[in-house]
Write a protein that binds this ligand. Sequence first.
Ligand code: UTP
Ligand code: MG
Length: 692
Amino acid sequence: MSGKCEATGMSQENVSKYQYLHSHLTGTLEISEPSPDVLAGFVKPLQNTISSHSIHDSEIKRKDSLFNHLKKSVASKFPGSKLSAFGSAESGLSLKGGDFDLCLQIPDANEKKILKKIGGMLRGQGMEDVQIITGAKVPIVKFIDPRSGLHVDISINNTLALHNTRLLSSYANADSRVRELAICVKHWALHRNVSDSVNGTLSSYAWSILVISHLQEQGVIANLQSGDDRVVIELDDSDFDITINEENKIDAISDAKITHLLLSFFTNLAKRDWENDVISIRNGGSISRKEKGWKNENPSALDILNSEKEHPPRMGEHHLAIEDPFDLDHDLCRVVRPEGELRIRDELLRAAVLFGNGSTWKEICETVDSERLKNLEPVDIFHDLRDKSTESVQSMLEKTRGEMDALDRRIDALESERQSNLRMARAMRGIIEETSDLRKEHKSTIVRIKGRKSEIDEIKKKRDKINSDVILPIHMIEDELSKVYKRLTEELDIHRVPSLKKEKEQFSWFMELQAMHGKAREASELHQKFIELVTLQKEEIKKLKIYETKHDDATSKLLEQEPLLKDKNINSKEVGSYDRRVQNIQKALRQRRGEMHKLRREAGRLDAWLRKKSNPQQSNRNRSKRKGGRGKKQEKSSGPMTLGDISGLLSGMTSEPSSKRTRKVSSKKAGMRKMGNLSAHRGSRGHLKKKD
Ligand code: UTP
Ligand code: MG
C-alpha cells in the first residue's frame, strides 16, 4: 500500500487535493479562534460583498419585463395555466446575476411534451441556448434571454418550490442577517465551486437551508414552521404540510454580528459530526437520524474515492443529510457526488482554518474556476476611478463627451450617405420595375430572333447543299423526265433495230432524274421555308426597335422625375451595387452606434461617479427611494456597482450634455431603445406579486 495514507487510505494525490479534510480525519488539523482584531477586519469586506450583491432597480425591471413577456407569449398559450416566479429572485436571497426561476402550473400536464413545446416557442422568439433537461428530478427548459442577459429556468407544476420560496422569503424578512449570511455563504460557495447541483455539489437552495438552520441554532431566528394551526395541501396524491407562521418569534434573540455568524457557520459545519443528525429547519435546526429514519449509508464518499475498482459501487445516501422543509422525504444532498461531498467538507474546513489564521475574506473566497464565473461576477465599475481626483475624472468626462460629439457627426454623415444610396437603389429599382414589361417583351423577342436565326441558317445550309448536288433546276429535270418517259414508253419503230444497251441507259437516266427530282423538290420546299422565316425575322427586328424606342422614352420620362439617375447605368447589377453599399454603410453605422452606446455608458459612469462623490448622501437617498415594491429585500448600496446598475443609472440620468443629441434620436434609435426595454414591446409593465 505504498504511497497511501494508512489512516485514511487516501492516495498522495488525494491527500494534497483534500488537505484540510485529510488533516481533519487524521486529527492533525488546527482551527484557531480568530482574535477580535482579526474578526473586526472582516466587517468591511463582508459589507462590501453584501452590498455588491444588492439587486438594483434595473435588474428587477428586467425580470419584471421578461416575466410579463413570457406570461403573454408562452403561458397564455396553455389554457388554465399560471406562471409564477420562485427561487432566490423571489425570496430575496439572490446573488447578483442569479438565475430566474419560473414555474408554469398546468392542470394534468404532460410535462415533457409541454417543455418541448415551450422550448420551440422560445427558440422562435430568439432566446439563446435553449435546452430541455428532462433527466433531473424537476424537468426544466433552460435558456438565456439575449435582451436582458437573464438566465432562466422554467419548470412545470413545481408547486412545492413556490411554497418553499415563500418560506425562505419569510425567513429573509424575519431578520436582515438571514439575507446577509446567505449572500456571504452563497458568494463563498460560488467562488469555491461548491454550489453546483448539476456538477455534484449542493444546490444554492441547500446552502440557504444550511444558513437558516445555523441561524435557528444561533438564536437569531425562530422556527417559522412550528405552531398549532397547520396548513396541509395534497399534491400528486401525497399530503404536504406547508405551514408558515411569520409571527413566530424567539424570546431572547441573539444580537450576534454577521462576522461571528459567518465564522460559526464555517466552524460548526466544518467540525460537524454528520453521523449524528440531519439538518432540519422544520425542526428548528436539526433532527436526530433515528427520529428521521435516515441512515448514513455505506459506501462512504471516501470508500468510493479510495476504491481501486474501475466501476466503484454507487455511493450510499444521506451523508450530508439536509431535509427539505416541506418535502420531508427529499434529502437535499441527494445530488451530491463522492468528489463533491469531499470537496464541500474540505472547503468548509479550509474556510474555518483561514478565518482563524488571519487570512482575508478575499483569500477565503479565492475563485477556484474563474472561467465558470465569467458572466456572474459583479464588477465594481468605479474601480479605476477610486484613486483619481475629481478634476481628472471631469476631464475624462469632457473628453468622452467630445468623442461623443465627433462620433455623432460621423453617424449623421453615414446616415445621410446611407439614405442617398438607398434612394438611388430605390429609384433605379423603380425604373427597372416600371419598364419591366417592355424589357420582358424585348428580351423574349431577342430570344425568338436568336432561335429563328439558327433555324434559318440550318435551312439555308441544307438547301444550298442540295442545290450544289443537283445541277439542274427542277423545271429542267421535270422536262427531261417527261422526255425520257415518253421515249421509254412510246410504240416500237419496227424499222429501227432495238438496242438493249441504249434502252438500259435510258432507264438508268430516268431513275437518276427521278432521284434528282425528289431532292430538287426538297430544296424548293426548304427555300420556301427560308423565305418565310426571313420575312418573320425582319418583322421581329422591326418590333425590337420599337420596344427599344418605347423603353428609352419611358426611361427618360422617369429620369425627368428622378434627376439623380441621369448619366447612370440603370440595370440590376448597378442596383445590386447600391444595395451592397447600403449594407456596408449599415454595418459601419451599427459599429459606430455600438461605440456611441459604449461612450454614452462611459459618460454616464463618469457622471454618476462625480455626482456620487460630490453628494454621496443624495445619491444613496435617490437610489433607495427608487426601490419600491421589493424594497424590503434590498439594501442601500454604497459598495461597488455593476454594469446592470449603470443601465439603471443611465435611465435615471437627466444631465445628457447636448440637447442636440436627445433631439436627434432617430426612429431607428428609438426602436433600438425599445428593444432594450422589453416592456415597450410587451405591453404594460406589471409587478411580480408574491404568490400564495
Ligand atoms: P436554486 O438552487 O436555483 O436556488 O433553486 P436559488 O435560491 O434560486 O439560488 P440562486 O440565486 O439561483 O443561486 C431555485 C429554487 O428551486 C427550488 C427552491 O424553491 C429554490 O428556491 N428547489 C431547488 C427545491 O425546491 N429543491 C431543490 O432541491 C432545489
Ligand atoms: Mg435560482
